[in-house]
Design a binder for this molecule. Structure first.
Ligand code: GLC
Length: 759
């Protein structure tokens, strides 16, 4: 229970209210009318945020705010903005209300009442059988915030955590973890730590962002249904209360605060094939050829660790993968782009350039600072670059540039950056840096992947001027500014196909619009049926890649015969047709922070059916996808929310707010278009860049409608200087099209053919 004592004194300086309690100082800052920070500096006087950077603060400052502070009696201070009211009371309690007086988030004032009680004797028995008893023995944490959550109100967020959309009644941890066993909904932590929650009350939605890179814990009304608990092993209480009223507005505010994913290069949104275990250039070339031969669109056959010389980062196994860029050059002629896996663990080996350049200079140090810290990853003994330092990021960035020059690499897949370690976890007292400040792994662990992504992004951008192509496994809040993500090592399990939907939707709600899972499942052996259902269900994901582990059966579609190949082709082609719509959504994301793949609750909050709907998703606001995610199922129970919807395949009309059954044989994934939508689609293509984008089709419903459509060169940043076409399309009820150019690019040719198709 928080007990800072009585309010002794307070002062207001612009938007910052400093409150001195008897035993603790607190600073409440109004960043915008809807974003309020509560900062309790028990660890450091300054924020030290990794999620929010200078540019983010500048952007937020442009929004402005209004503020009024009144003291109502001795024990309560009320801060009012144009959207929220905050009461700060004796003891250190901070409560948030809307302006109508509805309570949004109140601090829980009672004693915590754990439902987990076990005597010592039973605990020993459980332990003896190998059970994890850590949650029975937890002691009080130095940072804690306990907040009331009413009744059945759903709780969303926390990024990549396994399990369901509504995370109420579960507990999680923020500690980036590489655990290759099958992820179940009981898993507390995965690869990413994104301490952002969205709570949905009848009075409206709000968000809580607990900015802290130390090991954090979230009990989401599991210990007790009356409250949820956030705690951390160290750091400050640095809480951003995020208002907005609706889920999209809350996401908009959260991404205003932590930044938005920049537009990707268009080709990255296409299809990618990968496998850990393509042993040589010939393997890669054969797979690539096969995609073209079978007419399945594909952008890249990605290079997993096998291309390296002995798993030494930034090397190339010339014996098996040919001379510098030879294979890549050949594949490039056929439209393939080159993406390589890069791991931070740098081999300890005299003579190896990364070791020689980095030793005693760029790596994490042992706790007594006597030597570079050594653990082990793929190459054996390995050092860990101290990415928190700019000079180390610059060094890494130079090697990124070199790979781009020497080998014509176009994309970097940052892996094993939790960081993974094969000789036990990195000790918490290993020394690293945050800028020039010396600190330890305890603080840096959760931002290791973040800093590695930033290093890659900066190196790529500086060198090429193009939009960096970076994919990462580990990250923190804010990494979306630097990298797309994939969800790591899933398995070929139906439960993992099912998990994909809430996981990608949640990542989207937490600022990551460009995300994907390993289609078909990484670990374990997929089955023909599972692979078909997976490519269907993933068809609108923004990182669209089939990937499998060494030792599993090969997972390219043709391994499973003609029928699977045909189904696979159908959905990869479908994905490509919708690229302009996906790209439009990512363009809008720059403004509104919203993802492509969205849970239904994002746009139908008042419909309780959507609150924990885990097997359907929206693509933007205009499309709804209801994939089959159960084995043997050929009839799908579909829920359509309010409104009129049309089957994309047949044009059949459905009124929403009801369930119905749709036949869904193996080659069929139900897709619906919302009445009044206009959706841009492309012709078929084998890869991005195969043909000019000189024509566009507008998919409309009989009601007609309008849309803005965005088009740019798809590679560089010139769009920021106005080099893009923006079309305003309208389709009337006769299917007639009219359009107006809202912006004309200098160098991007406009379409010379338009077509309307009414579903
Ligand atoms: C990790 C990655 C996986 C990759 C493998 C080998 O397990 O998550 O995607 O294939 O390492 O590099």
């Amino acid at each position: 229970m928080r007990d800072y004592g009585k309010i002794k004194d307070w002062s207001l300086d612009l938007n910052e209210i400093t409150i001195q309690f008897e035993r603790q100082k607190m600073i409440v800052t109004v960043l915008t009318d809807e974003i309020i920070n509560v900062f309790v500096p028990t660890w450091s006087e300054e924020h030290r945020s990794k999620a929010i950077e200078e540019e983010d603060y500048d952007r937020i400052a442009e929004r402005g705010y209004s503020i009024d502070v009144t003291q109502g009696g001795e024990d309560i201070l009320t801060v009012t903005t144009a959207a929220l009211k905050v009461n700060i009371g004796d003891g250190g309690y901070v409560d948030f209300y809307d302006l109508k007086g509805n309570a949004l988030s109140l601090e829980y004032r009672g004693e915590r009442k754990s439902r987990k009680i076990l005597n010592m004797w039973d605990m020993e028995l459980l332990k003896a059988e190998g059970h994890d008893i850590s949650s029975y023995t937890e002691s009080a944490k130095p940072v804690e915030d306990v907040r009331v959550v009413g009744g059945n109100e759903p709780i969303y967020g926390l990024g990549d955590k396994s399990g369901l959309l509504d995370k109420r009644s579960y507990e999680y941890e923020g500690w980036n973890s590489d655990d290759p066993s099958a992820h179940t909904e009981q898993f507390r932590s995965l690869y990413k730590s994104i301490p952002f929650l969205i709570c949905k009350k009848p009075a409206g939605a709000y968000g809580l962002f607990y900015d802290n890179t130390f090991h954090t814990y979230h009990d989401l009304a599991k210990e007790n249904p009356e409250y949820m608990v956030y705690s951390a092993d160290d750091g400050n209480l640095d809480l951003y209360f995020i208002g907005g009223g609706t889920i999209p507005m809350v996401i908009g505010n959260y991404t205003l605060l932590t930044g938005r994913a920049p537009l990707p290069q268009l080709w990255t949104l296409g299809y990618h094939q990968c496998r850990w275990g393509y042993r040589c250039a010939k393997d890669i070339a054969e797979v690539a050829e096969k995609f073209r031969e079978l007419d399945i669109p594909c952008e890249s056959v990605q290079y997993d660790i096998d291309y390296m010389d002995g798993y030494r980062v930034f090397t190339w196994d010339e014996a098996n993968y040919g001379f510098q860029g030879e294979l890549i050059g050949e594949l490039a002629k056929k439209g393939f782009k080159s993406v390589i896996n890069t791991d931070p663990g740098t081999k300890v080996e005299e003579g190896y350039f990364m070791y020689e350049e980095g030793k005693n200079k760029y790596f994490f140090r042992t706790a007594d600072d006597s030597a570079d810290y050594v653990n082990a990853v793929w190459p054996g003994d390995a050092n860990y670059p101290d990415f928190g330092r700019k000079e180390v990021r610059d060094w890494w960035g130079e090697h990124i540039a070199k790979m781009m020059d020497d080998k014509k690499i176009m994309g970097f897949w940052n892996d094993m950056n939790e960081p993974a370690s094969f000789n036990g976890p990195l000790p918490l007292d290993v020394i690293g840096h945050d800028g020039d400040r010396k600190t330890t792994h305890k603080e840096l662990h959760n931002v290791y992947g973040h800093f590695m992504s930033k290093a890659t992004y900066d190196g790529y951008k500086k060198h090429s001027g193009k939009r960096p192509v970076v994919i990462t496994r580990a990250c923190y809040s804010g990494t979306q500014k630097y990298s797309a993500i994939w969800t790591g090592d899933n398995q070929s399990l139906w439960s993992h196909l099912q998990m994909m939907i809430p996981q990608l939707c949640t990542l989207g709600m937490c600022g990551y619009p460009i995300a994907g899972v390993d289609i078909g499942g990484f670990g374990g052996d997929t089955t023909p049926e599972l692979l078909c259902r997976w490519i269907e269900a993933a068809a609108f994901s923004t990182f669209f890649r089939n990937h499998s582990a060494n030792g599993t059966i090969r997972q390219e579609p043709w391994q499973f015969g003609e029928k699977v190949t045909d189904i696979y082709r159908k959905y990869v082609k479908l994905h490509y047709r919708f690229l302009p719509y996906i790209y439009d959504l990512l363009h809008e994301e720059q403004e509104n922070g919203l993802p492509v793949m969205r849970p239904l609750v994002m746009h139908y909050e008042d419909d309780a059916v959507t609150h924990n709907l885990n097997d359907e998703y929206l693509v933007g606001e205009k499309m709804l996808v209801a994939p089959v995610v159960n084995p043997g199922e050929t009839i799908r129970k579909v829920y359509l929310p309010e409104g009129t919807w049309y089957s994309f395949w047949t044009g059949e009309k459905h009124e929403g707010r009801r369930y119905f059954l749709e036949e869904a044989p193996l080659d069929h994934m139900p897709i619906y278009i919302k009445a009044g939508s206009v959706i841009p689609v492309y012709e078929e293509m084998s890869y991005v860049g195969e043909k000019p984008f000189d024509r566009i089709t507008l998919l409309a419903t009989p009601e007609g409608g309008s849309t803005l459509h965005y088009q740019d060169g798809g590679e560089d940043f010139s769009y920021l200087k106005g080099n893009y076409n923006l079309y305003s399309f309208s389709v009337d009820t006769n299917g007639e099209l009219s359009y107006e150019m809202k912006n004309e690019a200098e160098t991007v040719p406009q379409y010379d053919m338009f077509r309307v198709v009414v579903v």
